[in-house]
Design a protein around this ligand. Structure first.
Ligand code: CA
Length: 246
């Protein structure tokens, strides 16, 4: 039995005609994933599903070695996803230009953890009262914040907040952020698409995660409800992982 208990769900929201998000949980592998696809008339849902499947296949094929260097293993999975989406887009003109975000979290049994991501699907860690975003959005707004041209609050309301600087599948190669994560004091992790974070403030997210501690299905339902109540402008996807009570 692993030390973590997880649940994930997705909702189309109130305004979109299709759900272009994808997610996956593999408790045995200790891997959790969210992808938020983008394309023209079609392609976004193909991109996120293709990326999810390619990443999972790569992670499962390398499962025995994953704990040796988890950040590198997650990065390899995202590179494989990039190749799969890029290849599929090249084969079908209707899918040309499709891409996706991809965020991966690995939680080992001995307290080790790692994350890797491309795009703006976030990973948060809850330590007691404190919610910390452990990913950095690959958006134009975040780049402006990093360079000191915009505050994070301004970025939150800026159109540049949705413009990605990186995506999985857009080019033959992709730059991946991959890093070890300190999970020693973590009570929970959340992976989510921007359909949540665009609609619900971080303090409200933290309050929901604290309020449903130990019940990831209830936390997911409450987060989706909050995104819909907040406007439901986009597809919304959440994966919640709680440390199991001992
Ligand atoms: Ca989205």
């Amino acid at each position: 039995m692993t030390g973590w208990i997880a649940f994930g769900t997705t909702d189309i929201g109130l305004l979109r005609e299709r759900n272009e998000d994808a997610y996956a949980l593999d408790g045995a592998l200790g891997c959790y994933l969210v992808a938020d696809g983008m394309g023209g008339h079609r392609g976004g849902d193909v991109a996120s599903a293709t990326a999810r499947d390619a990443a999972l296949n790569t992670l499962r094929a390398g499962a025995e070695r994953l704990a040796d260097d988890p950040a590198a293993g997650l990065a390899r999975a995202i590179c494989a996803a990039n190749a799969a989406v890029h290849h599929a887009a090249g084969r079908d003109p209707a899918l040309h230009g499709m891409g996706t975000t991809l965020s991966l979290l690995w939680l080992g049994d001995d307290g080790e953890a790692a994350a890797a991501h491309v795009g703006d699907s976030r990973i948060y860690r809850l330590d007691g009262e404190r919610l910390t975003q452990i990913t950095v959005d690959h958006t134009q707004a975040e780049a402006l914040v990093g360079a000191g041209y915009m505050t994070r609050e301004e970025a939150r309301h800026s159109p540049a907040g949705h413009m990605l600087t990186r995506g999985v599948g857009l080019d033959a190669g992709v730059e991946v952020d991959a890093f070890a994560v300190d999970a020693a004091a973590a009570h929970a992790f959340l992976l989510c698409s921007d359909g949540l974070t665009g609609m619900v403030a971080d303090d409200a997210i933290a309050s929901i995660l604290r309020g449903h501690a130990g019940d990831p299905a209830a936390a997911c339902e409450a987060l989706i409800d909050a995104a819909i109540t907040g406007g439901g402008h986009d597809n919304v996807t959440v994966v919640v992982v709680y440390r199991r009570e001992r």
